[in-house]
Design a protein. Structure first.
Length: 317
């Protein structure tokens, strides 16, 4: 009478056989994946968990994303109405500023929108998209379920950080694009008039505005780092977002203290308007280079702290 038995061949296959006397017949053979560690389900790939596409769709459908996008898209229309009510801007004390050239062309209007928004308004979407992302999962008590899926902690943070930064960049692109379209419709397509004299043709102006947006994004990486780090430290999204905005404001206040002298050079806020050097007949890069170096240094340290702290955190939410 035959009895079923199992054996493993030299190449790592487990076979179920029936033996009777000296004859063996293979009934079933199943290969064993030597690359899968013990205790890990076959076919599991950490890199395939929580795809960026899935996380992006989740964040795009959230109400705060839609509201933030609507606010940025409406701002150019508000400024057009304000200029229409207030009349043509005029220089004060025989000085002409960028604001005074707002109605000169669509390019000038887009530059003015960036000027009035870079200091505070554009800080909000960065803090919101990067500070709300992890803390909101903890607040909904869904973070531990994501990790039990299982989604590796580093994979979860990486997906949320990339999507948060992507949405922040999209917000910064949305504002000048809408402003350029609205300004062109209201004031015409033409060169960018420089307050200090001269002008940039429309094509060159568009290229310079791309550089301006890129620099503003880099300068806001400090706020993104603060928000993301706080998001991994608290279960309250408002605390992470508010903390990042508050610390950014503190940096702006410290930069206004002239008694600090050269110490202000180490503050990211000190270089936030260095992009103005890009909208000159001959652009000056030194300020933007220094600002980029300072911002990137702070941001990398904050992102590293976020990943290091979350890897050791006892997640109970």
């Amino acid at each position: 009478m035959s009895r079923p038995a199992e054996r493993t061949d030299p190449v790592g296959r487990t076979e179920t056989v029936e033996s009777a006397d000296a004859t063996e017949r293979v009934v079933h053979a199943e290969p064993v994946d030597a690359a899968v560690p013990a205790g890990v389900a076959a076919g599991y790939r950490a890199g395939r968990t929580l795809p960026l596409r899935v996380e992006l769709i989740r964040q795009l459908k959230r109400r705060r994303t839609l509201v933030m996008g609507a606010i940025l898209a409406v701002l150019p229309f508000v400024l057009v109405v304000a200029f229409a009510i207030g009349g043509e801007p005029e220089g004060r004390d025989n000085r002409i500023t960028l604001m005074d050239t707002a109605t000169a062309s669509g390019a000038n209007f887009a530059a003015v929108n960036l000027f009035v928004s870079a200091g505070f308004l554009l800080v909000i979407p960065v803090a919101l998209f990067c500070g709300d992302t992890v803390a909101s999962e903890a607040g909904w008590s869904s973070l531990r379920y994501l990790l039990a899926a299982p989604v590796p902690r580093m994979r979860l943070l990486w997906s949320k950080l990339v999507v948060g930064l992507g949405l922040s960049l999209a917000a910064m692109v949305l504002l000048p694009v809408v402003a350029l379209a609205v300004g062109t419709a209201a004031y015409g397509w033409g060169p960018l008039q420089i307050p200090t004299g001269g002008a940039l043709d429309a094509g060159t102006a568009a290229q310079r505005l791309v550089i301006v947006v890129a620099y503003i994004f880099v300068s806001q990486l400090v706020t993104a780092g603060l928000a993301f780090w706080l998001s991994t430290r608290t279960d309250a999204p408002l605390g992470a977002v508010g903390g990042a905005v508050g610390l950014t404001i503190v940096g702006n206040v410290l930069d206004a203290v002239t008694a600090l002298g050269h110490w202000r050079d180490f503050l990211p806020a000190h270089w936030q308007f260095a992009w103005a050097d890009a909208v000159q007949p001959t652009p000056e890069w030194s300020g933007m280079i220094q600002g980029t170096a300072v911002s990137m240094t702070y941001a990398l340290v904050l992102f590293a702290l976020a990943f290091r702290g979350f890897a050791r955190k006892d997640v109970v939410s």
